[in-house]
Every structure is written in structure tokens, then in C-alpha cells.
Design a protein around this ligand. Sequence first.
Ligand code: GUN
Length: 291
Amino acid sequence: MSARLIDGKAIAAGIRAEIAERTNHFRAETGVVPHLAAVLVGENPASEVYVRNKRKACEGCGIASSLHRLAGNASQAELLELVATLNADRAVHGILVQLPLPKQIDETAILDTVDPLKDVDAFHPHNVGLIVQGRPRFLPCTPHGCQRLLQAAGVQTAGAHAVVLGRSEIVGKPMALLLMQKGAVADATVTVCHSRTRDVAAITRQADILIAAIGRPEFVTADMVKPGAAVIDVGINRLDDGRLVGDVDFTAVQETAGALTPVPGGVGPMTIAMLLENTLQAARWQTPPAR
Ligand code: GUN
């Protein structure tokens, strides 16, 4: 049997349309235009594409965006100064520092200085702490996008065994936290596997929900998937022949899984939609009620 395709592109388009409507209302009510400031350091081609797509999505929803570029050899002090300027700018509601940063810059030092109320990536330790405690301010974009895909696909998460492959700060770790939380599209029993996990396949085969976020092309093969499982592929890998593939061997796993996201057109557009949602929310929190 062939898996149901979870069409992230279409689901994200629906969410963006909803955000555009809410943004319209917000602008009409307050006269304030939500504004995302994107920071790009150097010329990483993948980052260029991601930031361009994020800004284009803002534009489509009535959210303003500005791009702040620094050269690849910029110093940490220069970037800290830029972040401080954006923190102080009352017209900027969300700040996104595109990762990775060049190696002369300590990523943590930068992310720690973003105003937590403008931290639409939810990378600041205050925001991560709130997520850990189950009272999030902003939800992290990619994990939240995965959660919304599970919801849209009607996947039952309560009591399910969710296996997260990967323990990155951006995806794996926060994904596990969201799924283990109490509440909707959560309440799962979560296992996190990583590069030091023994017999990964024995664990993934127990997963009702499998989230692949390890950055290894086509790592998840059909024999690693429980028949009928929901599989969310967060990976995006460029092969030597130019093909773009996920962390899941799509063709093979399609025969075993019950539901599956494609790459591209799965998680990617959802990450962007969740970023827009956070930016609108940030603008709301930073706009005093009309008197
Ligand atoms: N680089 C890869 N993913 C992300 C993300 O979600 N946010 C930022 N800022 N940089 C990234």
C-alpha cells in the first residue's frame, strides 16, 4: 500500500492565507505594519535562498521585511551592534539571524542578545526555557510546522510513540519537547535518537510517528519504518547529481508508511508559515492597545 502524501505546500498556503487576513485586520485596527528584520552574514547560497523565500512570504501576507547584510568576514562586535540596533528599533517586531554564521562568530553569543520579545525563531534561552516548561512564548518554527502537519493529516499523537531522529537545537530537541508536552497534537511518548544511539532501526521500527531530522540523505529506509507510521521528513540535502532529497528514502518508505511528507514541499513551507505567525504575534505583543 502507498502512503498518504502530506502536502506541506498546500497546507502552508492555507495557513499563509489565514495569516494574511489576520495581518490585514491588525493593520487596520492599529495602523501598525508587522515587520521582520532578517540578518544575513556572508554569502551562503542556501541561506540566501531561505532568506529570500522568507521575505517573499512576508510580502505575500502584508508583513514588512528588511534585509540586513554583513560581509562574510564581519566581526562578532559588528553583528552584536546590528542586533542591538534592531532590538532598539520600535518599527521592527521580529528579528531573524539566519544560521549558520561564519566561524569567527559565536552563534550563542549573538542569539543570546536578540530581544526575547522579537525572537521569532525561539532560539533565545528565555524562550527555550519557556518551551521546556510547557508555557511557550514563541513556538520554534520547524518543530511547530511539523506539529501542524501531523494535525492537518489527522495523526493521533496522544499516547503514540514518537521517535525523533536528531538532537539539534533547532529541530530535534525542541521537536521532542513539543511532542511530549501536555495538550493538543502532543501527549506522545517520545524517544530521541542521535549519532551515538545503538541500533537506531530497532527503535525507529517502534515509531507510530517518525520525525527525521539528522541531515543525512535518504538515511531512513523502508525496513526502519513500522507499517502505517506517519513519517515527517525535515531533511533537505543536495546530492552530487544536483537532486534535492530528504533524510528519508521517499520511494521505498512510501510503500511502508501510512503518511509521508515529500521533499521539497513538505516541512520547508511550514517553517516559513510558522515564522510569519510568530512575527504577527510579536507585533501584537509590541503594540499597545488603542485607547
Ligand atoms: N538555519 C537553518 N534553519 C534555520 C532557522 O529555522 N532559523 C534560522 N534563523 N536559521 C536557520
